[in-house]
Design a protein around this ligand. Structure first.
Ligand SMILES: [Zn+2]
Length: 87
């Protein structure tokens, strides 16, 4: 698939490089040098956008699980405070 691009991205100076404006970005260098075709880069970014979208779609469940967990914590804290204040 995009193994060559992944290898290239792994050579970026920063781990969380977004390959847009970062200095030390191996992808930008390859684009500038012409070793990486613009078309190929565009289709890789399209794929990444789709993956990010899929991740966001999955997120609401995560967010709700997180909220439920916090609700439980708040409830137990309130119960404990009531108990300690003698109500
Ligand atoms: Zn990069």
């Amino acid at each position: 698939m995009f193994v060559d691009l992944m290898v290239l991205a792994a050579q970026c100076r920063f781990h969380d490089c977004c390959h847009a404006i970062e200095s030390g970005c191996a992808v930008l260098v390859a684009l500038a040098e012409g070793t990486l075709g613009e078309d190929r880069w565009q289709s890789f970014q399209k794929l990444r956008r789709e993956q990010a979208y899929a991740a966001r779609q999955a997120d609401p469940h995560l967010a709700r699980a997180n909220r439920d967990a916090w609700k439980k914590i708040h409830r137990s804290v309130r119960a404990r405070m009531r108990f300690e204040s003698g109500e």
